[in-house]
Design a protein. Structure first.
Length: 451
């Protein structure tokens, strides 16, 4: 056999690398080889065909000299015995590895396989760090039904180290994440002959015992009668921030105002860039959305004023809500939101403003498909009609203007910029078309009174 020799320390040490991988065979143990790579790495392997196999198996044993020749021969004989019985050692090691795969490894593989938003990923990582720390390096198998029940109960009661109080919402969130990881592991980590290792999801025990807390979704929003107070406080705070030369504070106020007038999500606003805003065409484009579907929307009258004002504050990094920090934009507006809430008789969150926008849209009977497009909600696969309904910024212009007008009417805030009448009179028609029902009634009354 070519390159055959009895392995000794002296012989193997003397072997020099060539420009290609070279294999040397041990005459003492048939099937034991040493591969010398061009870089000089020397690796012990077993190269032998298993019983019933069509091609030889290449089983890695370790590197010389870390693995001694005697150790290599012992491991080689074990591997050869397995091959003689029709067992592929590589397959056995893979299966053993899959049986003992850790929670951390499953999560790492899971996040690489999914298109998760930065916020979602951050939430998952925080949950693992805070609530699963004792299990991260343990096999996923360690999370049995009993372990799941105890962990869920401990998070609910605040018995996890570092928790100040219990949280039913966090307990359910952690278990939903764990359920997803077990579902992922079921098909990713298989046993011999592709058999399923993680056949049962232990998180199912919570459903069987009705242990889920099922926290209801928040339904808070700003009522119509609260809009006047909301805008008065918001504008007052912005003026004070401007006087105090607090760029961050006034910018957050602008962000809050755009949130209630568009219903955009928090991250969609925070990452909004000027390159996607066309003030001449009065439309803007949201490229980074929660569901990954880009969104193009019209710019209503008052919103145009707000964006025009912010354009004067534009910097080289190009974010609409730019501030002087390492990111070049607002990252965490909570401090300013808390300051605004301190002056209100009620409290709100940024997502409450999205619910406020949606509630106003529904009250104006704008139509389900129109509202879903304004909010960028994904259509269901079985909704064929929605798939044929294409709503451009122009089709959405009148509905979005009606929502803005309603909000401004209730808040007693008016836009300073209105469409100018053109020589053809089209501007006035456009102006009338953009008015809400209440505004049209007021205009009709003024016209009747003037006759």
């Amino acid at each position: 056999m070519k390159n055959s020799l009895r392995f000794t320390v002296k012989e193997l040490t003397a072997l020099k690398p060539t420009n290609k991988r070279t294999r040397y065979h041990d005459t003492a143990v048939d099937g034991l080889v040493l591969e010398v790579s061009p870089s000089g790495t020397k690796s012990f392997r077993v190269y032998k065909r298993a019983k019933g196999a069509k091609s030889p198996s290449n089983v890695s044993l370790g590197q010389f000299p870390s693995l001694t020749i005697d150790q290599a021969r012992t491991k080689a004989r074990e591997a050869l015995n397995e091959l003689a019985m029709g067992i592929n050692p590589n397959e056995r090691m893979r299966v053993e590895k899959n049986h003992h795969v850790s929670l951390q490894k499953v999560f790492d593989d899971y996040r690489l396989s999914k298109s998760l938003s930065s916020n979602t990923l951050k939430g998952y990582e925080q949950a693992l760090k805070c609530y699963f720390s004792t299990y991260l390096k343990k096999p996923l198998m360690a999370l049995t039904e009993e372990a799941v029940k105890k962990l869920h109960a401990d998070i609910s009661a605040g018995r996890i180290e570092g928790m100040r109080s219990g949280s039913h919402a966090q307990a359910d969130l952690c278990m939903r994440l764990l359920r997803a990881l077990f579902n992922y592991a079921k098909y990713e980590y298989r046993g011999f002959n592709n058999q399923i290792i993680f056949a049962e999801n232990p998180v199912k025990i919570l459903s069987h015992q009705r242990a889920w807390h099922n926290i209801e979704r928040r339904r808070t929003y700003i009522r119509s009668h609260q809009l006047k107070e909301f805008f008065e406080v918001l504008h007052s705070k912005r003026e004070r921030y401007i006087l105090e030369k607090s760029q961050f504070g006034s910018t957050v106020c602008d962000l809050v105002e755009m949130a209630v007038l568009t219903g955009l999500r928090r991250n969609e606003l925070l990452t909004l860039e000027w390159e996607f805003i066309d003030l001449d065409a009065k439309s803007f484009y949201v490229s980074k959305t929660k569901n990954g579907v880009p969104l193009e929307l019209p710019i209503s009258h008052y919103l145009c004023e707000l964006l025009s004002r912010r354009l004067n504050l534009k910097d080289e990094r190009g974010f609409v809500f730019n501030v002087d920090n390492s990111q070049g934009r607002i990252v965490d507006p909570r401090k300013v939101l808390s300051a605004i809430n301190d002056e209100l008789s009620f409290e709100f969150t940024l997502h409450d403003l999205r619910r406020t926008y949606t509630t106003v849209a529904e009250s104006l009977s704008l139509g389900t498909y129109t509202i879903k497009r304004l909010l960028n909600h994904k259509s269901k696969r079985d909704d064929v009609t929605e798939g044929y309904t294409i709503l451009t910024p122009e089709e959405l212009r009148s509905p979005s203007q009606r929502i803005e007008d309603y909000i401004l009417d209730k808040s007693e805030v008016r836009s300073k910029v209105l469409p100018q009448k053109s020589s053809s009179g089209a501007g006035f028609s456009e102006f009338i078309g953009d008015l809400g029902n209440e505004e049209k009634k007021k205009l009709m009354k003024l016209l009747m009174d003037s006759l």
